[in-house]
Design a protein around this ligand. Structure first.
Ligand code: PXG
Length: 456
């Protein structure tokens, strides 16, 4: 990589030729992007040599941390042995077979077959096509509506964005596509009012039943939800929510899909988020932590019930991507899962670092800007409000989240601002000492934000 250019030259070339995801290109031209040049453990370095604590594990994905030589070596070796071959038309190769077998072992009971993709968005396109095909093969082609939720994020393809639940994902190009509905998500702090968390969890789940009755169960294919809503603001459901969702899905014979793109591979302190909440999905899209982001790969885990129908009644499954089950990506993902197992990273989050993050994070409850502190596993959110007693948010135009995020940037910690919710999702390798370091940085950024806003 040519790193001899200085930062401003790199920024200029970047904004002239590179259209960035979820970025205002005009603002970028003025400000210039931060140029990240290397990474190790939980830290990044930029083109000015600044060391940055990555509180977001990239984009919620670098679960085993940066700088794993073994993953690089495995990609190198696989690329020499067989850099590419496909799995269309009755061909296959050993890395895809080995990863598929491993996934059937680490995922919950009854999910034994995987379809490989290259991203979470492709996974959700696959989910929609597969669920509709399942009902069609059973002689119910009218059972095709997907019920998703407000605040959800399921990707940026046409299907992914349609399933997503924030209007600004839809405004860009007139989405959602037909036969996708959105219901309230289990956002207790915003919508719970005086209800206890458990009572509100049941209420939020029963919005699904109301919607099913309104549409007719014979028209509803599936319910899809992230176990914990990630990009919507780390919205953690009350414990009563998912079991009630599962009960309703069973009652009306609707497929239940847990989107594990963020929650999978240890993020919530279990291998998969559905396990944290005690439910078992029919279909489970995965990506991100599957390879810890070292190479792009995603997948969809499919239950035996669905596979039996696809096999017995289906004929050709007319869906696939050139790079489905790419050999190097599969080899890296397999080794990434081995690392999670060998270093007991999921157990570490459950028993040691997750509870420690929670303890340190709870200290922010006393901060004048913080209305709610949320944690599960290696996820944390701080909801910034104008009035703690009434849970009133700041007016949108004060851009409080953006202010805090810019301060984090200056202080060399990456935190994501989702409206006025500040979020962390660090690598699962983070140590207690590093959690302390992250806590201190976050504290100083909150204090500076409060100062800038004139809040004390
Ligand atoms: N499902 C979920 C739950 C996700 O969080 C996707 C699907 C789509 O995955 P791909 O691989 O197509 O991006 C995601 C992605 C953010 C952010 O900053 C979150 C995601 C992607 C980019 C940014 O919150 N989540």
């Amino acid at each position: 990589m040519n790193l001899n250019q200085n930062t401003s030259e790199l920024q200029k070339l970047d904004s002239q030729h590179f259209l960035h995801p979820f970025t205002d290109p005009k603002a970028l031209q003025k400000k210039g992007a931060r140029v990240i040049t290397r990474a190790e453990g939980i830290y990044l370095w930029d083109s000015d040599g600044e060391k940055i604590l990555d509180g977001m594990a990239g984009l919620w994905c670098v679960n085993v941390g940066y700088g794993r030589e073994k993953l690089a070596r495995i990609a190198f070796e696989q690329m020499q042995e067989l850099p590419y071959y496909n799995s269309f038309f009755n061909t296959t190769h050993p890395p895809a077979i080995a990863l598929a077998k491993k996934l059937s072992e680490v995922t919950p009971e009854g999910l034994n077959q995987v379809f490989f993709t290259n991203s979470g968005s492709e996974s959700n396109d696959t989910v929609l096509r597969t669920a509709r095909r399942f009902w069609r093969l059973l002689g119910q082609p009218e059972k095709r509506i997907f019920i998703s939720r407000m605040e959800a994020y399921h990707g940026s393809t046409v299907v992914g964005a349609s399933l997503s639940g924030q209007s600004y994902y839809h405004e860009m190009d007139g989405l959602p596509i037909p036969d996708i509905e959105h219901i309230e998500c289990p956002y207790w702090y915003k919508n719970g009012g005086d209800l206890s968390k458990d009572d509100y969890g049941l209420k939020a789940a029963r919005a699904l039943e109301t919607k099913i009755k309104e549409l007719g169960a014979n028209r509803v294919a599936a319910f899809i939800g992230e176990p914990v809503l990630g990009a919507g603001g780390v919205i953690i459901p009350p414990d009563t929510y998912w079991p009630e969702i599962q009960r309703i899905c069973k009652k009306y014979d609707i497929l239940m899909i847990t989107d594990e793109v963020i929650c999978g591979f240890g993020r919530t302190g279990s291998w998969f988020g559905c396990e944290t909440y005690g439910v078992l999905p029919d279909i489970m899209p995965i990506a991100k932590g599957l390879s810890s982001g070292y190479l792009p790969i995603g997948g969809v885990m499919i239950s035996n019930r669905i596979m039996d129908v696809l096999i017995e009644k289906g004929g050709e499954y007319a869906h696939g991507f050139t790079y489905s089950g790419h050999p190097a990506a599969c080899a890296v993902a397999l080794e990434n899962i081995n690392i999670l197992q060998e270093e007991k990273l999921v157990e570490k989050v459950a028993d040691e670092t997750g509870p420690y993050l929670k303890k340190r994070w709870q200290e922010f409850e006393d901060h004048p800007l913080v209305g709610e502190v949320r944690n599960v596993g290696m996820l944390g959110a701080l909801e910034l409000v104008e009035d703690k007693a009434t849970r009133k948010h700041f007016p949108k135009d004060r851009k409080v989240g953006e202010i805090c995020r810019d301060i984090c940037n200056e202080k060399n910690i990456v935190m994501r601002a989702i409206k006025d919710i500040m979020v962390v999702s660090p690598p699962l390798t983070i140590t207690k000492e590093q959690i302390d370091e992250m806590h201190d940085l976050v504290k100083s950024c909150l204090d500076l934000t409060a100062k800038k806003l004139g809040v004390s």
